[in-house]
Design a protein around this ligand. Structure first.
Ligand SMILES: C[S@@+](CC[C@H](N)C(=O)[O-])C[C@H]1O[C@@H](n2cnc3c(N)ncnc32)[C@H](O)[C@@H]1O
Length: 248
């Protein structure tokens, strides 16, 4: 097994694939007004689908849940059946880089912590094409929350996601790409800790016992622990911003 196998074993065991929480999904969805009774929704990089299932509960729409890792889609389906919303969720195993939907297909596009995989700006452009006139886009994106950040933290982001920006720069980008920003808010710290890093640390502790001598696995888990400790030290400096916008 290579390090990605251990990465996926860890991530399959988590409730979600990145920071976020149901309350924030609900809050963001609340800014969408005058939706059709059964909106067509696309959830890009849906992962385990915590937010997909919430979107199905918040609307009477049909949601295409798109991800390129089948085991996450399998987990999503199981949870959707548990919550009785599976009939309105269509699973699509496809890369977001290869989406082949017709232009102006969707009333709403959603992407929590995933649009950056195609480059945030590029993702905004692609969603603009896929949205109907006046369609809505809700996304979370990693942001710096302070005008300057400690050197060690800058280094960490330079290695992981050098494209990270502050909130005003993201707003300028959103407006330049032809959207009207309806609202934005920073995810609460609990969506990083309780919803994401606490279960991640618990799983890491269990997996370390499962693979006590396996350096490949242990190196992967210690990378994840490094990420957790960065957040413990520097959570005032970065976070996830929810941006809710409308195609102009
Ligand atoms: C940080 S997780 C977020 C998952 C989910 N939206 C959430 O908030 O829990 C990113 C997701 O994007 C998916 N992903 C990464 N690259 C992708 C690609 N090129 N096409 C489709 N999905 C991708 C991953 O499999 C993962 O499920």
């Amino acid at each position: 097994m290579d390090s990605m196998d251990y990465f996926y074993e860890l991530f399959r065991s988590l409730p979600r694939g990145g920071p976020g929480d149901t309350q924030s999904t609900r809050k963001a969805f609340g800014f969408l007004k005058n939706l059709p009774p059964e909106p067509r929704i696309l959830d890009i990089g849906c992962g385990h689908g915590m937010q997909t299932i919430e979107l199905a509960k918040l609307s009477m729409g049909t949601i295409i849940a798109l991800d390129n890792y089948q085991p996450f889609l399998d987990i999503l389906l199981k949870n959707a059946v548990r919550d009785g919303v599976e009939k309105r969720i269509i699973l699509k195993n496809q890369s977001m880089l290869e989406m082949d939907f017709k232009n102006e297909t969707f009333d709403v596009i959603w992407s929590e912590g995933a649009l950056y995989f195609m480059g945030f700006q590029n993702g905004l452009k692609k969603c603009h094409e896929l949205l109907k006139k006046k369609g809505y886009l809700g996304v979370t994106e990693a942001v710096f929350l302070q005008p300057s950040v400690p050197k060690l933290l800058q280094q960490f982001w330079d290695e992981g996601y050098p494209d990270i920006k502050d909130v005003p720069s993201n707003i300028a980008l959103i407006q330049n790409e032809g959207y009207r920003l309806l609202n934005h808010f920073t995810l609460p710290q609990s969506s990083w800790t309780e919803s994401y890093y606490v279960p991640m640390q618990q799983s890491i502790n269990a997996l370390k016992k499962k693979y006590p001598e396996n350096t490949t696995a242990l190196t992967m888990f210690s990378e994840c622990e490094k990420e957790i400790s960065m957040y413990q030290k520097y959570s005032d400096y970065y976070g996830y911003e929810f941006f809710i916008m409308q195609k102009q």
